[in-house]
Structure formats: structure tokens, C-alpha cells
Design a protein around this ligand. Structure first.
Ligand SMILES: C[S@@+](CC[C@H](N)C(=O)[O-])C[C@H]1O[C@@H](n2cnc3c(N)ncnc32)[C@H](O)[C@@H]1O
Length: 297
């Protein structure tokens, strides 16, 4: 029989810690020291393989629901002549229509390949904006320089700690009274709940390494991040579709609801969106997408 004593208990704790540590190292996501390399590689390789799909996922495919997003108007107003930063610009999908509206745009991305695609896409349309490579958690840009910053579909792929750092950087580079738009996925949308459950299974049961795994945000936690930073924070919710995409590594494009119903689903979603953003605010919690609009003091 093993006698219980403090030394033994400490040893167990240590063993447990070591086991947990090794489990963390070999099972979870990727080793910390390799993380950034693996993370950037996903975007770099995705840019070469299928840029619309790696940047927009199902939104690039389901035209019946989303319409054609390849040259869609930006999901916010653009002030002519304003300095605008696209944080995580990808291949320039949103930057191009922003430049079309007369803004001076800067594209910023962690992936060089994405930036090369942006350059090509924008040049083809007659634009030569500044394109910068780096990490949004530490922008190599002077403070108080932009009238508007937007970051769409980016924060969902980085840790919450880094997400908070991005909010702080956005605050720093915005001019006084400048506005930012940050798009994140909502925590309680049925589709996102299923997604995070399947993601949990993939990571913990099937040991899937996914450097760009999704993070979901609660309205309360966004407000908490923005409180004390920004003068105004306004959150609107979008897309109230049912859980239609059975998303795992193996069923990435598996759509449960047949495409012929997608136009009908869109109408219902638009209606719910209107109600949530006007009369019944609590419904915002169930939006698939949250758009955060903040204004600097
Ligand atoms: C899902 S894509 C969205 C691209 C673009 N915003 C759009 O809506 O089409 C995410 C983009 O963010 C970039 N990205 C990811 N993490 C980043 C970071 N920490 N700093 C800057 N860019 C980042 C990726 O390289 C990728 O191009």
C-alpha cells in the first residue's frame, strides 16, 4: 500500500502536470513555438490553393444565400477621401470596393501570399494601395492615423487574448472620432454552437491540429473589451439561419438544407435580423455574425 504523504502528493501533482504538459504539446493544436509558423502557413497555402474559400468559407460557395460576395459593397459606409485600414485584408475582396468609393486604403495581412493576391487583384483594377505584412496584435503603424479601420473574419481565428490586443491596436491607430468595424462570430447562434461542439470533438477526440480554429464571441465579452477603450460601441447581429452546415474536417462542405430552400431561409434570416437589431435586442445573441462598430473618443 502506498502511504499518503505530502511528498508523494507533490509528486503526483508534478506527474499530473507533466502528463498534462506533454498532452498539451502533442495533442492540442500545435506546439507553441511552432504556432505562428503553422498559423501563417495555413493562410499562405490557402492563398495559393483557393483564396475565396480559405477567406470566406461557405460564403464563397452558397450564392443562393449570400449572393455573389466577390465584388459586393462593403458592409459599412465609406467616407470619400478618408484613410482606411483593412486589418487582415486577405486577397483584397473588401479593399477593392472600399477604394472604389474614394478612400485611401492600406491593406494589412499576416500572410505574404495573401498580400501578393491583393496586389494583383487591386492592380488589375487600377489601384496601388500600401500593402503591409505583419501581425494585427502589433501594428507597425503610427497612432491616430486612420479615419476608419475594419477587420472582417480575422479575430475568429486568433486567441481571445490576441483579439483583445487587436482591439487595443485598432484604438491606437484610429484618429479621434474615427470608426472601426470588427466582424466576429456570435457564441449562441445554433450553427455556431454545433460548430464549436464538432470542433471540440475534432481537437480532443480526433487529435486534429487546426491552427486557425474558430473562436466565438459573446456580446457581453465584446462590450467588456470595448468599455474603457472606445467612446461608443454598437453591436448588430446578422444571419439568423438554422444550423445547416455540418462542419468537420471531413464534412467541410456538407450542407444539410438543400439549396432550393436557401432563398427562403435568407428571407426569414433578414426578417429576424431586422427585428433583432431594432425591437428585440435579446435576439442578437443568436446571430451567426456580430458586427461591432466602435468610435474613438
Ligand atoms: C478569413 S480571412 C478574411 C480576409 C478578408 N478580411 C475578407 O473578409 O475577405 C482572414 C485573413 O486574416 C489574415 N490574418 C489572420 N491573422 C492575422 C493577424 N494576426 N494579423 C493580420 N492578419 C491576419 C489571414 O492571413 C487572412 O488573410
Amino acid at each position: 500500500m502506498v502511504r499518503w504523504n505530502r511528498a508523494f502528493s507533490n509528486k503526483i501533482d508534478r506527474l499530473d502536470e507533466e502528463r498534462l504538459q506533454s498532452k498539451r504539446d502533442c495533442v492540442l493544436i500545435v506546439r507553441d513555438r511552432n504556432f505562428m509558423r503553422e498559423y501563417v502557413k495555413v493562410w499562405d497555402e490557402g492563398a495559393l490553393k483557393d483564396a475565396p474559400f480559405i477567406t470566406m468559407g461557405m460564403e464563397a460557395l452558397l450564392k443562393e444565400f449570400y449572393g455573389d460576395l466577390m465584388d459586393a459593397p462593403p458592409p459599412f459606409q465609406v467616407k470619400e477621401g478618408g484613410n482606411v485600414l483593412d486589418l487582415g485584408c486577405g486577397w483584397g475582396r473588401v479593399l477593392k470596393p472600399v477604394l472604389d468609393r474614394g478612400a485611401f486604403g492600406v491593406g494589412f495581412d499576416i500572410s505574404e501570399n495573401m498580400l501578393k493576391l491583393s496586389e494583383k487583384h487591386l492592380k488589375r483594377n487600377g489601384y496601388y494601395p500600401i500593402l503591409l505584412n505583419g501581425d494585427g496584435t502589433a501594428l507597425p503603424l503610427k497612432g491616430n492615423s486612420f479615419d476608419m479601420v475594419y477587420s472582417l473574419l480575422v479575430l475568429q481565428h486568433i486567441s481571445k487574448r490576441k483579439g483583445k490586443a487587436v482591439f487595443k491596436e485598432i484604438y491606437r491607430v484610429l484618429k479621434r472620432d474615427g470608426v472601426a468595424y470588427i466582424r466576429v462570430p456570435g457564441r449562441f447562434a445554433p450553427e455556431n454552437l454545433i460548430f464549436s461542439f464538432l470542433q471540440f470533438i475534432s481537437i480532443h477526440l480526433f487529435r486534429l491540429r487546426d491552427p486557425i480554429k474558430m473562436r466565438f464571441y459573446r456580446i457581453g465579452e465584446i462590450k467588456k473589451i470595448c468599455r474603457g477603450l472606445f467612446k461608443e460601441t454598437e453591436i448588430t447581429a446578422h444571419e439568423f439561419r438554422p444550423p445547416w452546415n455540418f462542419h468537420t474536417k471531413w464534412t467541410w462542405q456538407y450542407i444539410i438544407i438543400p439549396k432550393r430552400f436557401h432563398r427562403g431561409v435568407r428571407k426569414i434570416s433578414d426578417r429576424l435580423e431586422r427585428i433583432a437589431n431594432t425591437r428585440f435586442g435579446f435576439l442578437k445573441h443568436f446571430g451567426v455574425v456580430l458586427m461591432v462598430k466602435v468610435r474613438k473618443n
